[in-house]
Write a protein that binds this ligand. Sequence first.
Ligand SMILES: [Zn+2]
Ligand SMILES: [Zn+2]
Length: 278
Amino acid sequence: MTASPYLGEVVAFATMHGKERLAREAFHDVLGARVLAPAGLDTDAFGSFSGEVPRTRSPLDTARAKARLALARSNASAALASEGSFRSDFGWLTRHQELLVFVDDVRRIELVEVFTGPVDLPPARDVTTGERAVAFAETMGFPRQGVMVHADRAQGTEVAKDLRTPTALAEHVDRLAREGASLTITPDYRAHRSPARSDVIRRLCVRMAERLATPCPACAAPGYGRTDVRRGLPCQGCGEPTELPIADVHGCASCDATHLVPRTPPLAEPRWCDGCNP
Ligand SMILES: [Zn+2]
Ligand SMILES: [Zn+2]
């Protein structure tokens, strides 16, 4: 711990809803740093899951902008921000990409850790009664996992995000249905209303803290770690390169140092090979 470059330092997490709590343990245990959330940040101004504020920048640029705002609104010289995207490709499988960005203005480094994976939450569903709304919400773990109710009416779309109990959800849906609204329920992906997303952010914070504790072998800057993958793992059958990764590229956020870390196993099964399994 005495080797930690962030010992005793404060890191600002750009969040309105307590994401700093997801980073605290890792940043304390691994780096000896404190994580705080600057007061009064409006991170929804960068776009929201409910769609009320459209997202105009890429997820990475959004996360960077949030981290910059946290730096501007705090005394910290380093900041964290996360940005999640959720996409339903085939109507039933939702994919989650979460980016965690770390910006250090003193050492002039920026690091990004990424999670990509399927979400164990259902995509949007239309509902017509409170009873059906509650039954659907409970399949995704409501009320621990939150829901958003989108109501389309002649006077426009309205999104309810803070229905915390089955009774409140049922009453809301029944009332709007009586008023002739068409209603759609989606999972609430905001971290403080989604245990699954919170877990992903917490794991990224662990990875980020461990990476910050890893100095570059060439220049000793913090944050040496995986920056890329190299594809072309040879096929077991014919020896031709496949699309599977052959190695991870580890690199420095400050200088040009890199090295390759080979993946195991050293050969790809022929089913991944365009030649053997076209
Ligand atoms: Zn082959
Ligand atoms: Zn370096």
